[in-house]
Design a protein around this ligand. Structure first.
Ligand code: ASP
Ligand code: MG
Length: 439
């Protein structure tokens, strides 16, 4: 059995949905198809939630009506007049009735999650109507019956496996399942989600749970590229990546894949393919256990980084200093990305300002604290980077003139991370593209 996940742009227009049908019927392997919401829908639902939170009911109503009109015309273009179209219109009515009801009740965070779930519920149900019209045997698998997270927002892989297994067992003869990406239930049993972009994560978790033959992620680009195409002139798709390389790239800025979606596939050794709906026969990127070759494969950048330096002569020959510093970050549940130390100072980076003021306050007793905002982590990702002497030489030669604030190397053999002020990001990516890849 395989997993095929289609992102928002791949289902965002009626003709795209028609194409998805073609793609899922190209072979006879049984499959679970995971769908995102139609492109733009989740953003719109976010703004409905925001308007409600601010008590702007009229504004929210306006957005809801526009969204409903969009879905009405989508249904008209997706389906011919007939029972499937009638059913689809009924589904649209039902979900927009719900959105209109929320305008009348008092708003809270749990309700906001219900609002956010409407996108994937609509896309999968409408796609199912379309498959029904085309006479394609299939079954809708409600993600809310098997996807769950615990009180730390971590997916409960064990129970996902059991519940999904039972649902599949009940429908043994069904060759095709459709399910929602992104949505799940939380520890309280309420509707929740796997955070923005989380449909990839759903696909990978489902692939892991059923030991799928492959987890295909269909988007609108031809795989992961060696650099950011919005910033450098020339980039190339990468044919193969190891799970470790892909995890670093996804985390450090490659937008094509949700960063958490690598570990389930890696843990259960299910290959992941990144494919392009617009060019279904292009090779894309395959992510698997083994790296294809040594050396640098790609460069990625992560913006919005804050560098914190704690300087203290008390650190000299002392022990336990780093633990005390790390405990402050742990207390505020703030992940640290990069760390470098000298004998009298430690520099580290975080990517959220949520608790910055409290963190600084608690760090001050340990020494002088300096904070630099608006930094960017540029990561060079590849396999056994240290073994390839030429790679490191080329990397540092390329950086001539860039004020590198931190360098982190050796944490993993797959990554060299550089911290540069955000205004030098563009130049850094361009220089590395030339220096490492000759592009
Ligand atoms: N629809 C959700 C989002 O836009 C989840 C996803 O598409 O991956 O974030
Ligand atoms: Mg996505």
């Amino acid at each position: 059995m395989k997993i095929m996940k289609f992102g928002g742009t791949s289902v965002g227009k009626p003709e795209r949905m028609h194409q998805v049908r073609e793609l899922i019927t190209r072979d006879n392997e049984p499959k679970i198809v995971v769908l995102s919401a139609l492109s733009g829908t989740t953003n719109t639902l976010v703004s409905i939630g925001e308007s409600c939170a601010q008590g702007e009911k009229a504004g929210a109503k306006d957005i809801i009506d526009k969204l409903e009109a969009h879905y009405r015309s989508f249904v008209k273009d997706l389906l011919k007049p007939g029972p499937a179209r009638d059913k689809a219109n009924g589904i649209v009515s039902e979900h927009f009735e719900f959105l209109n009801i929320i305008l009348k009740i008092s708003f809270n965070e749990a309700l906001n999650k219900d609002i956010l779930a409407q996108g994937e519920l609509l896309s999968t149900k409408l796609f199912s109507c379309y498959l029904q019209q085309e006479g394609l045997t299939h079954k809708l698998l409600p993600a809310l019956e098997f996807m769950s997270i615990d009180s730390y927002d971590e997916p409960q892989v064990g129970s996902i496996k059991v519940r999904l297994g039972m649902l599949l067992e009940e429908n043994k003869e069904t060759p095709l399942f459709i399910t929602q990406g992104y949505i799940c239930r939380n520890a309280k049993g309420e509707i929740d989600n796997l955070k923005r972009g989380g449909s990839d994560y759903t696909a990978s978790l489902v692939a892991a749970a059923i030991q799928a033959s492959v987890c295909e992620i269909w988007t609108d680009i031809d795989g992961m590229h060696n650099n950011d195409p919005r910033i450098v002139d020339k980039t190339l798709p990468i044919e193969t990546l190891s799970f470790d390389e892909a995890a670093e790239l996804a985390y450090f800025g490659a937008k094509i894949l949700h960063p958490a979606s690598i570990w389930p596939a890696q843990h259960y050794n299910v290959p992941v393919k990144l494919l392009n709906t617009m060019q279904p026969d292009a090779k894309g990127t395959i992510i698997q256990e083994k790296a294809s070759s040594r050396g640098a494969k790609a460069v990625a950048a992560k913006d919005g980084i804050i560098a914190i330096k704690i300087k203290s002569s008390r650190m000299l020959l002392a022990y336990g200093f780093l633990r005390k510093i790390f405990e402050v970050f742990e207390k505020y549940r703030t992940p640290i990305d990069m760390v470098t130390t000298s004998e009298v100072a430690v520099s580290l980076t975080i990517d959220t300002k949520a608790h910055l003021a409290e963190i600084i306050k608690e760090l001050e007793p340990f020494g002088t604290v300096e904070v630099d905002e608006e930094q960017t982590i540029v990561s060079v990702v590849g396999h056994e980077l240290a073994e390839e002497k030429a790679t490191l030489t080329r990397l540092f030669d390329a950086l001539d003139g860039i004020p590198v604030r931190m360098v982190s190397f050796g944490g993993s053999p797959h990554n060299v991370s550089l911290l540069v002020p955000a205004e030098h990001k563009k130049k850094t990516l361009q220089l590395l593209n030339k220096g490492l890849f000759g592009l």
